[in-house]
Design a protein around this ligand. Structure first.
Ligand SMILES: *Cc1c(COP(=O)(O)O)cnc(C)c1O
Length: 402
């Protein structure tokens, strides 16, 4: 049988990730199109009223409404699940919709969550502001230290939530150690894997229960659409996540799903080349600035751990200048090739000042505790020739007095 519908996992699950990224989940229509079809439809028609009733009763296979299912979205979900090595995946309208759904679907008043201190600004808002508002207690810890999780656990702890590498300090969490601590205590781990993607790091291989994504970043990879994804066991997705998402509706649009499907086809190539470029740019910056936080460089205190759990370090790292916000802004303003932009995972090189952009909503004390100083800059190294990026940084550094 040449026509692969993608419904049958037994056909596709033996492929390696780079193959899954291109072919996993493909379900061809009667036309046999090579590139995945874009199904822009909010509803579905039934041959008879009995079919509609049977589908709503779950007795007949088929789709009922695009908040719940869509053929293009389903192809993306299967592709990500296959890439991740997860039993199931559901996508969402953005990475934050994924994080919010992954947490709220399983927590209730009286529960407790332990979160990583260094995190994307909005993820910290979830742990610091949203969850406590609904009676869910939270503790943030230095996630580089597995013992910090042990010390924070309470009888009512239900979830560990962290990202690795973390935005923008590039703290690395020991996935095996922290997932083991959670497993022993019946705690669910939710790992935000946006920086690495399944092309470089598959947290479930280390015992993670739920892996959530901003697919806006490396998965789209070309700065076009917002998207999110949540991977877990079939049972967790069906019985814990779906009741929440089906009824609250953080659904991904079919168009955006289609764009991410196209993005995934080049994920492996892009992330490996961008990782190489990023190491070259990071190596250049070492010695020129006060500090470079790059898990792919031997100078990173957790370099060995990062390289044990990741295939490559990814495109993103941070650097610190001694002259505070004024010098960091001067460096940004002197850039000619690299864009001043707070996005990441793009094929373009982008740089931002976290303290005044992505983490401006986090209090100054919290920023200091997270290790985000006024002189920190975050760089996403794109697919341009690394020599051009280095030349641009060189001239900008000189103009900023470095
Ligand atoms: C960007 C990002 C998010 C949020 O994703 P959106 O798609 O922007 O909603 C969450 N976590 C991390 C680590 C991110 O980089």
């Amino acid at each position: 049988m040449k026509r692969r519908t993608g419904q049958d996992r037994s056909i596709t699950s033996t492929w390696k990730p780079a193959t899954q990224a291109i072919r996993g989940g493909t379900a061809r229509s009667e036309w046999g199109e090579t590139s995945e079809a874009l199904f822009l439809t909010s509803g579905y028609a039934y041959d008879c009223a009995g079919d509609a009733a049977a589908r709503f009763a779950g007795e007949q296979q088929g789709m009922t409404y695009s908040r719940l299912q869509n053929p293009t979205v389903e192809m993306l979900e299967q592709r990500i699940a296959l890439l991740e090595g997860a039993e199931a995946c559901r996508t969402t309208a953005s990475g934050m919709a994924a994080m919010t759904a992954a947490l709220l679907c399983q927590l209730q008043a009286g529960d407790h969550l332990v979160g990583g201190r260094a995190a994307f600004g909005s993820c910290r808002w979830l742990t610091d502001t949203l969850l406590p508002k609904f009676g869910i207690a939270t503790t943030v810890v230095d996630a580089r230290d597995p013992q910090a999780f042990v010390d924070a656990v309470r009888p009512e702890t239900k979830v560990f939530f962290f990202e690795t590498p973390a935005n923008p300090t590039m703290d690395v969490v020991d996935l095996q150690a922290v997932c083991d601590i959670a497993r022993e205590r019946g705690i669910t781990t939710v790992v935000d894997n946006a920086f690495a993607t399944p092309a470089l790091q598959r947290p479930m291989e280390f015992g993670a229960d739920v892996v959530a994504y901003s697919a806006t970043k490396m998965m789209d990879g070309q700065g076009r659409v917002l998207a999110g994804a949540i991977c877990g066991t079939q049972d967790w997705i069906d019985n814990t996540l779906l009741p929440f998402t089906r009824n609250t509706g953080p659904t991904l649009s079919a168009f955006n799903a289609w764009v991410v499907l196209k993005g995934l086809e080049t994920l492996d190539l892009r992330i490996r080349r961008q990782s190489e470029n990023s190491v070259r740019v990071g190596t250049f910056l070492q010695g020129r600035v006060a500090r470079v936080n790059h898990p792919g460089l031997a100078s990173h205190p957790q370099h060995d751990l990062a390289m044990r759990q990741m295939d490559a370090a990814g495109p993103i790292f941070s650097l610190e200048v001694d002259g505070g916000r004024a010098q960091a802004h001067a460096l940004l303003d002197a850039l000619e090739l690299v864009d001043i932009s707070n996005n990441i995972g793009d094929s373009r090189s982008l740089m931002t000042h976290p303290a005044s952009t992505t983490h401006a909503g986090v209090s100054e004390e919290t920023r200091a505790e997270m290790g985000i100083g006024e002189g920190m800059l975050r760089l996403n190294v794109g697919l341009e020739d690394a020599d051009d990026v280095i030349a641009d940084l060189d001239q900008a550094l000189r103009r900023a007095g470095l």
